[in-house]
Design a protein around this ligand. Structure first.
Ligand SMILES: [Zn+2]
Length: 345
């Protein structure tokens, strides 16, 4: 979905050229550039709970989140059918609350708003993914914040709404000063960042599956499930290793997924697989209790997740915090082909 939305974002840009940076934001830029130099970077230490056993303390933990909700229907699932399937599969494995990052342009009409309400009524947490899905790297802070506020007005009355923002494309601005201006405006609105610690390209696998389905190919769902879980698990492990290297402790992870057909097919299997590897699946609210949620980052390197950003800020090279090879777009296409996931009828 990132590609489609990127086109949407570009299409919207032409309407934004008349926007000017207001004086307030310029002042914020300058103030932030000044304070950036003055503030020492504090990295969080592990916290322990007295109520759990040593074995439980050691269990890696992860929460799931879905972006771009409610996503439009495809040849595989209508939108409402997909939402129902995801909710049912989460219930079937007794999943804790996941994060539902709602997108304004997808939530047009009563049925799409109803889909968000269904997630909330099933116990999941609704949060803000902006109205228009603009990249902060391409619009000015004022325009971006107005778009966040527009989405806030759409979603704030939903049950289980939380003032958390997930940046579209995980783009946090092309300059640190721009990011700081937006973070300050968000804080004034009572918002915190709905960050991820594990990014991946689930949207790309999904795009290839939908394209094959539209072309009339037969899909081997067992093989597809195995590839989907393998790629995501590789990504989870890679980012967990990174977390232990950067923070010197385990972290409460947040996995980025999208509300796509793959989630509707396999989200229950994914959760069961994660648990089978000795991990605990936790609620999105529990995940955001990790001390990394309170770190005031002075980097805009957020597009591969918060651990990676902290790593860059600590001076690790950017090459050390990239995606694992199995999430590369070329690998995904080749894996689907080699395993003959799609065949002619
Ligand atoms: Zn998105």
């Amino acid at each position: 979905m990132k590609h489609t939305l990127k086109l949407l974002a570009i299409a919207h840009l032409s309407t934004l050229s008349i926007c000017k940076y207001p004086g307030l934001f310029l002042l914020l830029y300058l103030a932030q550039q000044h304070t950036m130099l003055a503030q020492p970077i504090q990295f969080p230490q592990a916290t322990t709970s007295l109520s759990s056993t040593p074995e439980e303390e050691d269990m890696p933990e992860i929460a799931l989140s879905l972006d771009d909700v409610p996503m439009p229907g495809t040849v595989l699932f209508g939108g409402m059918a997909r939402t129902k399937a995801i909710i049912q599969k989460l219930q079937a494995v007794n999943s804790p609350a996941i994060g539902i990052f709602a997108l304004g342009i997808h939530a047009q009409g009563a049925q799409n708003m109803q889909r968000l309400r269904m997630y909330a009524e099933a116990g999941h947490i609704i949060a803000n993914h902006t109205y228009s899905h603009w990249s902060l790297n391409k619009v000015n802070p004022q325009t971006f914040i107005q778009d966040v506020q527009r989405a806030h007005r759409c979603f704030q009355a939903l049950p289980n709404f939380r003032p958390w923002l997930r940046f579209p494309f995980l783009h946090e601005g092309e300059t640190i000063a721009k990011r700081q201006a937006v973070m300050q405006a968000l804080a004034a609105m009572g918002y915190q960042e709905g960050y991820v610690t594990i990014s991946n390209h689930d949207y790309h696998i999904n795009n290839l599956v939908v394209k094959a389905a539209r072309a009339g190919k037969q899909i081997n769902y067992e093989k597809l499930k195995a590839i989907y879980i393998r790629i995501l698990w590789d990504c989870i492990r890679t980012y967990d290793q990174l977390a232990r290297k950067v923070l010197k402790r385990k972290v409460k992870h947040v996995l980025l997924l999208h509300e796509n057909d793959l989630a509707a097919l396999f989200i229950g299997d994914l959760i069961e697989y994660i648990r089978s590897q000795g991990w605990r699946v936790i609620s999105i609210e529990e995940a955001y209790k990790d001390a990394i949620a309170a770190v005031a980052l002075m980097t805009n390197y957020g597009h591969t997740g918060r651990i990676a950003a902290i790593g860059v800020e600590k001076g690790l090279g950017k090459g050390l915090v990239g995606f694992p090879p199995t999430t590369h777009l070329k690998y995904i296409a080749e894996a689907l082909q080699q395993e003959k996931v799609f065949t002619d009828p």
